[in-house]
Design a protein around this ligand. Structure first.
Ligand SMILES: Nc1nc2c(c(=O)[nH]1)N[C@H]1C(S)=C(S)[C@@H](COP(=O)(O)OP(=O)(O)OC[C@H]3O[C@@H](n4cnc5c(N)ncnc54)[C@H](O)[C@@H]3O)O[C@H]1N2
Ligand code: MOO
Length: 408
C-alpha cells in the first residue's frame, strides 16, 4: 500500500455502492416457531384464503341489509329471530327476508345474510322478535372470506426478516416450515500483540483485553448473522495470513480488527494480498471515526478490515460491515432503525466529502454531542444514539433539527 492510496479515502457512499460481493448464504428450512428474525429465501405464498369464510366483525344479528333500509329509532324494522350461530361451527340456520340470526364476533355468516347489525342497534321487545333501529349497508359488519389474504397472496416477502406479526400471519395460514437464508457466518479476528482474551484477570504491562470482538459478535447477532470468534492474532504477517485464510474457508464474511492503519501495523492489507484469488477494494474510507478501513474480497468472501480503536471499529462496522453482512444474508429490506428528532445543543463541524458519525446523548428533545478520543469506548456506552453528518454537509448548526439513530 502506498501512502497516496491510503490518504485518498473513498467516500462511504461510493464504497457502499461499489463494494457488492456476490457471496450469498445458502438456504435452509426452519420451523415457524424458530423463524423470528430469519429471512425468507423466497416470497411465502398462502395456500388458502384467509379467514377462509365470511365472518362477523361484531356481536349482533346477521340479516339482509335491504330489510334494514329506512330503519330508525322512531320506526324500527322488525325481524324474526330464526336461530343463532355458534363459534367454530357451521351456521345451521339461513337468513330469509325479514329474518335475523344471532351471531357473535368472528362467527361464520349464515347463508342468505349480507350484513350484520350490531347488538347496540337492536332491541328485543318480545321473544323471537328483534327491532333494528339503524340501517346497515351490504357487507356491513362482515369480513369477506379472502379479505385478509387471497389464495396465492404473499404472506411474507423474500429478503425481509420475519417479525412477530409475520409469524402470526404464517400461523394463521397454517405455514409450519419456512425456507430461509442461512445466517451469514461472520469470522471475527482481533489482532495485536497487546490484545489479550477478555477473560484475562490480570493484565500485563501494555496489555488490553479484547473489547472489539465481543461487541462485533453482538452486532453480528443483532443483524441476523452468526458470529464465529476466531481469537487474537499477534502482529505477525504469516500468522495473520494463516488466520485469514482459515476464516475465509469457514465463513461468509470476515472481519479483522486493528492492523489497518498506516505504518508498521498495516497488516491486514498485506495478509489479504498474500492470499490467492484476493483483491483489495479500498483502503481508507472518508469517515470519521474510522478512516483506516479496508474492504477486500478473498475467494469471493468479503473481508472488512476495521480500525483498531474499538469505538471506531464499531462505528465502521455499523456503517459498512452490516450492509455487507445483510447483503450476504439475503436481506433486501433492512429493518428501519429507531430514530428520534432532536435539536442540536451545539454546532458540530465536518469536512465536505466525509461522513461524520457523532455520538449523542438525547434528553428532552435536545441532542448533545459526545466528544473524546476514539480510543474511549465509554463514549459509545454513554451515547443514546448517533447522528450522521452527510458527505455533502460541512457541519450542523446549533439548534438544527437532527435525526438521531437510537441504539436499541
Ligand atoms: N500516524 C498515524 N497514526 C494513526 C492514524 C493515522 O492516520 N496516522 N490513524 C489513527 C486511527 S484514526 C486509528 S483508528 C488507529 C488505527 O490503527 P490500527 O487499525 O492499525 O489499530 P492498532 O494501532 O492496532 O490499534 C489502535 C488502538 O486500538 C487498540 N485495540 C486494537 N484492537 C483492540 C481490541 N480488540 N480491543 C481493545 N482495544 C484494541 C490498540 O491497543 C490501540 O490502542 O491508528 C491511529 N494512528
Ligand atoms: O479512524 Mo480512527 O478509527 O478515527 O479512531
Amino acid at each position: 500500500m502506498s501512502a497516496t492510496e491510503f490518504f485518498t479515502a473513498l467516500p462511504v457512499s461510493a464504497a457502499l455502492a461499489g463494494f457488492r460481493p456476490l457471496r450469498r448464504t445458502g438456504t435452509e428450512e426452519v420451523d415457524r416457531a424458530a423463524a423470528l428474525g430469519r429471512v425468507p429465501a423466497a416470497p411465502v405464498a398462502s395456500g388458502a384464503a384467509l379467514p377462509g369464510f365470511a365472518r362477523s366483525t361484531v356481536d349482533g344479528y346477521a340479516v339482509r341489509a335491504a330489510d334494514t333500509y329506512g330503519a330508525g329509532e322512531a320506526l324500527p324494522a322488525y325481524f324474526d329471530l330464526v336461530g343463532a350461530v355458534r363459534m367454530g361451527s357451521a351456521p345451521d340456520a339461513a337468513v330469509r327476508p325479514g329474518g335475523a340470526v344471532q351471531i357473535p364476533t368472528g362467527a361464520a355468516i349464515p347463508p342468505g345474510a349480507d350484513a350484520v347489525v350490531m347488538v347496540e342497534h337492536t332491541q328485543v321487545t318480545m321473544p323471537g322478535v328483534i327491532e333494528v333501529t339503524r340501517p346497515v349497508a351490504v357487507g356491513g359488519g362482515i369480513v369477506r372470506a379472502d379479505e385478509d389474504v387471497a389464495v396465492g397472496a404473499e404472506l411474507a416477502p423474500a429478503g425481509r426478516a420475519l417479525r412477530a406479526q409475520d409469524l402470526g400471519l404464517l400461523a394463521a395460514a397454517g405455514v409450519t416450515r419456512v425456507e430461509v437464508r442461512a445466517r451469514p457466518r461472520v469470522g471475527i479476528i482481533s489482532t495485536g500483540d497487546e490484545v489479550v482474551p477478555p477473560d484475562t484477570a490480570d493484565l500485563g504491562p501494555g496489555q488490553v483485553r479484547d473489547a472489539t470482538a465481543s461487541a462485533l459478535a453482538a452486532l453480528t447477532e443483532e443483524a441476523g448473522g452468526a458470529p464465529s470468534l476466531r481469537g487474537i492474532v499477534p502482529d505477525d504477517a504469516e500468522a495473520l495470513a494463516a488466520a485469514l485464510a482459515a476464516a475465509v474457508r469457514d465463513c461468509d464474511v470476515v472481519v479483522v480488527s486493528a492492523g489497518s492503519s498506516v505504518g508498521a501495523r498495516d497488516e491486514t492489507a498485506a495478509a489479504v494480498r498474500a492470499l490467492a484469488d484476493s483483491r483489495v477494494y479500498c483502503h481508507g474510507l472518508a469517515i470519521k471515526p474510522g478512516k483506516p478501513t479496508l474492504l477486500a474480497e478473498c475467494s469471493g468472501v468479503p473481508v472488512v478490515g476495521l480500525p483498531g480503536n474499538p469505538l471506531s471499529a464499531l462505528v465502521v462496522f455499523r456503517q459498512v460491515g452490516l450492509p455487507v453482512l445483510r447483503r450476504v444474508g439475503g436481506i433486501a429490506l433492512p429493518p428501519a432503525e429507531p430514530t428520534a428528532t432532536a435539536a442540536m445543543a451545539r454546532a458540530v463541524a465536518s469536512a465536505a466529502g466525509r461522513l461524520d458519525v457523532v455520538q449523542v446523548r438525547v434528553r428532552d428533545g435536545v441532542a448533545t454531542p459526545l466528544f473524546g478520543a476514539s480510543a474511549l469506548l465509554s463514549l459509545l456506552t454513554s451515547a443514546d444514539g448517533y447522528i450522521v453528518i452527510p458527505e455533502a454537509a460541512t457541519g450542523i448548526d446549533e439548534d438544527a433539527q437532527v435525526t438521531v439513530t437510537m441504539y436499541r
